[in-house]
Design a protein around this ligand. Structure first.
Ligand code: HEM
Length: 339
């Protein structure tokens, strides 16, 4: 069943965000084993888990579409630099327009349509009430820069990576819901530089292997991986720029509120080669699920308990969980009787 977008819910202030039963069912639970360690967990981005799964399409549009697009517009209004494209990334931005518009119109024809007459394109987004005619690759023909134009209409953050000298450089992106990292800070950095703060993985050779894999991705063969962390409250925008808004919330978790306050935050990351610019499009599609909703699935509850209990201290620290990790483990222990 296809999930129709709901009315706008909030990821800040009164936090009205909720998941429907179907959204819980299709949640990309990220743990294949009882212990979690970093690995080169990359696989082809091909459909799996049947109709309605988050892996069905290149870009997953779900019930949170309107809410996430609204949240993005709030962030960009306060901090326009959360969308940034260096001059040499203009062609990559147009590649992204083509890739997103084409796949969204094909996969969700009830919401989006694209018509092309040569370079004259017409894009309609029925969910946001947008209909624009423009000339492909002519940035003056759009109401705003191309990356911002498409980024405001697709769920998930996006980085565009320039590939040169066998390395990747974060030279463009629209990042309004990061898990504690900053596009403005990382802009222009190479693959190993922007991964600098990540513990353990560098010396295990994970980033060297991942970079080799990524730089060899051909056009039309996207790959994906899952990443995860925990977040307090259903807050999408946990950027360092905004730390004063959310950092203190880590001290607000108690045994009484942990189930509703702590969210498992999963990123479905898709990496796709762009045909004209040779850039990589990196999409980070974030799914938030409260622990209360997670434990409605007994297998997830048991596994999450075991993963949390055995998480290496360096990861607890890096992911910012130190203040409430033990409260989470105690809560989940109730759902893992055999342990
Ligand atoms: C973390 C970006 C691909 C593994 C991060 C961070 C960023 C990032 C910005 C946060 C670093 C910080 O703390 O400031 C990207 C981009 C990629 C990419 C743009 C696309 C080319 C990969 C791949 C792997 C990977 C292919 C596979 C091994 C990780 C890991 C972390 C991380 C393990 C730590 C996450 C955590 O524990 O929460 N990445 N990444 N990344 N990345 Fe990547």
């Amino acid at each position: 069943m296809r999930l129709a977008p709901k009315e706008i819910q909030t990821f800040r202030d009164d936090f009205t965000y909720t998941n429907s039963a179907e959204a819980i069912r299709r949640f990309p639970f990220p743990f294949p084993e009882d212990e979690y360690r970093y690995s080169v967990n990359i696989e082809p981005h091909e459909p799996k888990d049947g109709e309605g799964s988050v892996y069905e399409n290149l870009l997953d549009i779900d019930e949170h579409y309107l809410s996430e697009m609204h949240e993005r517009s709030l962030v960009l209004k306060e901090m326009p630099h959360r969308c940034l494209a260096m001059d040499h990334m203009e062609l990559a931005s147009w590649d992204m327009i083509e890739r997103c518009m084409t796949s969204m119109a094909e996969d969700y024809p009830e919401y989006f349509s694209l018509t092309k007459e040569g370079e004259h394109w017409t894009w309609e987004n029925k969910l946001l009430g947008i209909k624009d005619d423009f000339i492909f690759a002519d940035s003056d023909s759009l109401p705003m820069p191309p990356l911002e134009y498409i980024g405001r209409q697709v769920q998930g953050d996006f980085a565009l990576l320039d590939q040169r000298d066998g390395d990747l450089f974060m030279d463009a992106g629209i990042i309004t819901c990061p898990a504690d990292w900053s596009l403005a800070f990382d802009a222009g950095m190479s693959f190993s530089q922007w991964h600098g703060p990540v513990p353990m993985a560098h010396k295990e050779g994970i980033f060297d292997r991942a970079l080799k894999y990524l730089t060899a991705i051909p056009v039309g063969k996207p790959v994906r991986r899952l990443n995860w962390t925990l977040t307090v409250n259903a807050r999408m925008d946990t950027a360092p720029e905004n730390y004063h808004e959310w950092g203190h919330e880590r001290t607000s978790v108690t045994p009484e509120n942990v189930g509703e306050k702590v969210y498992l935050r999963v990123e479905l990351q898709v990496i796709d080669r762009m045909p004209r610019s040779n850039a990589l499009m990196f999409s980070i599609r974030t799914y938030l699920m409260s622990l209360e909703d997670i434990v409605t699935n007994p297998q997830w509850a048991q596994r999450l308990h075991r993963v949390m209990k055995t998480l290496p201290p360096a990861l607890i620290d890096y992911k910012g969980l130190s203040r409430y990790h033990s409260t989470v483990v105690d809560y989940l222990a109730h759902f893992d009787q055999t342990n």
